[in-house]
Design a protein around this ligand. Sequence first.
Ligand SMILES: Cc1cc2nc3c(=O)[nH]c(=O)nc-3n(C[C@H](O)[C@H](O)[C@H](O)COP(=O)(O)OP(=O)(O)OC[C@H]3O[C@@H](n4cnc5c(N)ncnc54)[C@H](O)[C@@H]3O)c2cc1C
Ligand code: SF4
Length: 338
Amino acid sequence: MMRLPPFEYLPCRTIADAVKYLSDHGSAAMLVAGGTDLFPNMKRRQFEPRVLVGLRGIRELVGVRGDRARGLTIGAGTTLTSVATHSDVVRDYPALATAAGLVSSPQLRNMGTIGGNVCVDTRCNYYNQSFAWRKAIGFCMKKDGDICLVAPGSSRCWAVSSSDTAPVLWSLGAEVRVVGPAGERTMPIQALYRDDGIEYLAKRADEIVTELVLPPADGWKSAYLKLRRRGSFDFPVLGVAIAARMDGDRVRDARIVFGAVASTPRESRDAAQLLVGERLTPDVIARVADRAAGPSKPLDNTDFTHPYRKKMTRVFVARALRKIAVLPESGATHEEIS
Ligand SMILES: Cc1cc2nc3c(=O)[nH]c(=O)nc-3n(C[C@H](O)[C@H](O)[C@H](O)COP(=O)(O)OP(=O)(O)OC[C@H]3O[C@@H](n4cnc5c(N)ncnc54)[C@H](O)[C@@H]3O)c2cc1C
Ligand code: SF4
C-alpha cells in the first residue's frame, strides 16, 4: 500500500489567506482543492510538497453565478458534480456539463473541483507509476531523472494534457481569473497553458485560479466526446470539444479544440474556418473532420496506440458535428457517448 509522506496542512478561509501562505512558503508549498489528483501523485512521490495550502474552506471560491444574458462565472472550488448538474450549465453549455460529468468516478467528482481540473497534472505512461516502478526504469526528466523515455533525443517532456474540461472551456471562449501577490488578472483560458509536459501552466506558481468566466451562450451550441478504454472511469486519451454559433441552420462561428493529444489543449482553427457560412451537411462534416485531424499529433505515451488515437480524432470530430447538427439552440443533453 502506498502512503502519503508527512506534510503540514494550512487550511484557508479566504483567498487572501491562500495567497499569503503560498508566498510565505514558496516552492515548498502546493495548493490542494479536492486532492483527487494531488494526493495520488504525492503517494507516488511525483509531488513532494512540505506544505499544503487547503482551498476547501474558502466559500468565495464555490458556486455558479450569472445568467443567460451575462454568461456564467464558476468558482474554481465548485465541484465537478455541481458543474455537471447545474441547470444553466446543462441548458446553455452542454459540452461543459458533459465533460465535467465524464471526469473520473462519481466519488471523485463529488470531491474534485473545476479549478483542480483545469490545473490537473499532465500524464504519461512512464510517469504515472509508483516510485519503485519509476526507479526501476531510471526515472525520466518530469521527475527525478534527466531524459525523456518516450523521445530519448528530445530536450523537452511530452506528457499529455489530460483535463476533460480544459478543451471545452477553450472552445466556449472562457476566461480564467487568477489572484496572486500582485493582485487579480483575467485571461483567455488558452493563455493558462504552455506546450510543455513539465511547465504546462503559464500562470505563476504563486497565483490561484479563482474563477472560470463563460461568455453568454447566445446562439452557441456545444458538444464534447471523450475516448477512453473504460466507459465507467478513465482519463481521456482523446477529447474533442466543438462549439458552433448558429445563424438558423448555418454556422456563423466555430471552435474545435482537442484534449489529450499534446501537452496543451490543441485548437484546429483551419477546420473550424471551413464550417463558417456552411450547413452541417454530411459532405461538410466529412471535409471538416478530415482537416481537423491535422493538429492532433498524439505520441506513444498514453493508452491505445497513437495511430489509432489520431484516426479516432477524425471519427470523433464527425460525430460531434452530427451531434451539434441535431441539438436545439440551447440544447440540454447530458449523455455519455464514449
Ligand atoms: C482514478 C482517477 C481517475 C481520474 N479521471 C480523470 C478524468 O477522467 N478526467 C480528468 O480530467 N481528471 C481525472 N482525474 C483527475 C482528478 O480527479 C480531476 O482532474 C479533478 O478535477 C482534480 O480536481 P481536484 O480539486 O481534486 O484537484 P487537486 O487534486 O486538489 O489539485 C490538482 C492540481 O491542481 C492544483 N490546483 C487545485 N486547485 C487550484 C486552484 N484553484 N488554483 C491553482 N491550482 C489549483 C493543485 O495544486 C494540483 O496541482 C482522475 C483522478 C483519479 C484518481
Ligand atoms: S514524456 Fe518523457 S519526460 Fe515526459 S513524463 Fe513521459 S517519459 Fe517522462
